[in-house]
Design a protein around this ligand. Structure first.
Ligand code: IMP
Length: 179
């Protein structure tokens, strides 16, 4: 598996620093609130797990499964809800937890949906941001690291469901998806 990685883009140490920094910031910003953290499956899992242990607040956690890739390395732009939330977000402060923002098709669709459902506020925290990939204007409120427009895997991010278990984020060798 590790032989398929061309280079490490975000190391384990850097991921730990990001979780610490963002967790501290969220603890300050949501001090007087009781937010719901909504993780978008499956990519959010390691980040949700590590980040939440740095947020010193009362909050709830919920998950939703959405898909815009349908396999491969490019967004189809067609966002499907595969598993919906099991709680109401009406009147609540929602913080969406994502692995990466690329085209922003996924996040913009989910934010519109959550506002339509009556959320009091909807913000997002993402481990990675690839602003060069945008198809819609969107700036996440909390960003771990801005990266170039490369296809990355690891720490929750997959290629055809593999590589999620790498402890770092790395660039996949193009020959892996070109074969
Ligand atoms: P967007 O809708 O294009 O912003 O993409 C968001 C989703 O696409 C993320 O939650 C990931 O699941 C997936 N994605 C975007 N870029 C990458 C990447 O470089 N590697 C793996 N998955 C990615």
């Amino acid at each position: 598996m590790r032989n398929d990685i061309a280079k490490i883009l975000v190391s384990e140490t850097e991921i730990a620093e990001i979780c610490d920094r963002l967790g501290k910031q969220l603890t300050i910003d949501y001090q007087d609130k009781e937010p719901i953290l909504v993780g978008l499956l499956k990519g959010c899992m390691p980040f949700m797990s590590d980040l939440t242990r740095h947020i010193d607040l009362m909050f709830e956690v919920a998950y939703m499964s959405v898909s815009s890739y349908h396999g491969g390395i490019a967004s189809s732009g067609d966002v499907k809800i595969k598993m919906d939330l099991d709680i109401s977000i009406k009147g609540r402060d929602v913080l969406i937890v994502e692995d990466i923002v690329d085209t922003a098709n996924t996040i913009v669709t989910i934010i519109e949906l959550f506002k339509h459902r009556g959320a009091k506020s909807v913000k997002m925290v993402t481990l990675l941001d690839k602003p060069e990939g945008r198809q819609r204007p969107y700036q996440p409120e909390y960003v771990g690291k801005v990266i170039p427009k490369e296809f990355v895997v690891g720490y929750g991010l997959d290629y055809n469901e593999f590589y999620r278990n790498l402890p770092y984020v790395g660039v996949l060798k193009p020959e892996v998806y070109n074969k």
